[in-house]
Design a binder for this molecule. Structure first.
Ligand SMILES: [Zn+2]
Length: 390
């Protein structure tokens, strides 16, 4: 799997010489259930062969042809239902070849030949796959599982043995009540030690998001013990009996809650951007304003549809991006180059500048404003106005 640092290095890459080309290859296997898997690998090979032919016809970079031949060889080994999603980034002109297994990303099998790597399907991977812990517990025991990129790892367990109920020596009335209270105390003590374990793990940054599975009857008592640190990372809980639950069930419940939370979060970001834009607040819509917000350091998070694409120009000198297809840069006056898709330059810029990127399915509100919007950290013009007014 790719790390954040590796993603940043890819985002910083740009071809310099004329004959250099940056090649990006995404392979997305079909699910084992559907039998079109073979077709997917045939499609991958055809895609590479076709691009090879086009480059040969244009007698472009021989280094790029070498890269494509290598990718073709990898594509030929992609068979069997076990094949994972894969990404390859290559520029042999600069001695670069990176190959990664990926979680199922929002990208079909595709090949891109450009000045930069195509990173859009990866830019959202870390925010959509936080390190997630699922804590499973009852009144006596607990165990903790980490889930990231479809992999599960056991992270520890706690077992507090409850005393057996008193065998009623003495007056039943008094002792029965007494031992019940004792059991309650033991359960509370157990919940507290589970909560402490989670607090320690949160402080050591062992997880970014948390889901809890327990019986509904235990949830209020346990929730009360959670430290605010832990509550900040808590996405939700589900009802489960610890003795019967399998790892796969815990994982699918954890992932379901994560997806719900992410969806709600994305919808609230869209609302924030649209409302902010209407009220001249912390939101902008449309490519022109989004590009300006990025250039001015205002953008906190860009939201676009998965298939968003738009033509633009890029200044060959200062890097200014413009949605108007002008031949000369309005900022510095030097020549611009055309981008068939603004995302080629915009996505690497978001990664380099730590701007969030959220890819969403097509939806009406976003469609009406051109399928791209941004939430802002601040508004430069308004701050200036406030300064002038004060
Ligand atoms: Zn310029």
């Amino acid at each position: 799997m790719i790390s954040r640092d590796e993603l940043r290095q890819l985002a910083a890459f740009e071809c310099q010489a004329r004959n250099e080309l940056a090649i990006t290859f995404y392979f997305q296997p079909s699910t084992p259930q559907d039998k079109s898997h073979r077709e997917e690998t045939i499609l991958a090979k055809d895609l590479v062969r076709k691009t090879l032919q086009e480059l040969q016809l244009n007698s472009q970079s021989s280094a790029a042809l070498d890269d494509l031949n290598l990718i073709l060889r990898v594509a030929e080994t992609l068979h069997g239902n076990q094949a994972r999603a894969k990404a390859i980034f290559a520029c042999s002109g600069r001695g670069l070849w990176k190959e990664f297994d990926l979680p199922p990303v929002q990208s079909p099998t595709r090949l891109f030949v450009n000045r930069r790597f195509h990173l859009k399907p990866l830019a959202a991977v870390f925010s959509e796959h936080p390190r997630l812990w699922v804590a499973l517990l009852d009144r006596q025991s607990a165990r903790f599982v980490e889930i990231q990129f479809e992999q599960m790892r056991e992270q520890g367990s706690i077992s507090s043995s409850l005393p057996r109920r008193g065998r009623s020596d003495g007056f039943a009335g008094y002792d029965a009540g007494h031992s019940e209270r004792h059991v309650e105390d033991e359960a509370r003590r157990h919940f507290r030690s589970v909560a402490d374990f989670l607090k320690g793990a949160a402080e050591r940054h062992q997880y970014e998001a948390l889901v809890i599975g327990c019986q509904d009857v235990n949830w209020p008592d346990f929730e009360r013990q959670l430290h605010p640190y832990v509550q900040n990372r808590l996405l939700g809980h589900f009802s489960v009996d610890l003795r019967g639950v399998t790892d796969d069930e815990a994982r699918s419940q954890g992932e379901r809650i994560l997806r719900d939370v992410l969806n709600r979060h994305h919808q609230s970001l869209i609302r924030e951007a649209l409302d902010g834009s209407r009220s001249n607040g912390r939101g902008v819509t449309g490519l022109r304003r989004v590009l300006r917000a990025v250039e001015q350091g205002e953008a906190e998070c860009i939201i676009m549809t998965q298939e968003y694409s738009a033509r633009a120009v890029e200044c060959t000198n200062c890097g200014h991006l413009d949605s108007h297809l002008v031949s000369y840069c309005p900022a510095c006056g030097r020549a611009t180059r055309q981008l068939s898709d603004v995302c080629e330059a915009l996505v690497p810029a978001t990664i380099r500048n730590n701007i969030g990127l959220v890819l969403v399915p097509p939806q009406e509100g976003l469609d009406r404003v051109g399928n791209i919007a941004a939430v802002l950290r601040f508004r430069a013009d308004r701050n200036t106005n406030q300064l002038l007014a004060s």
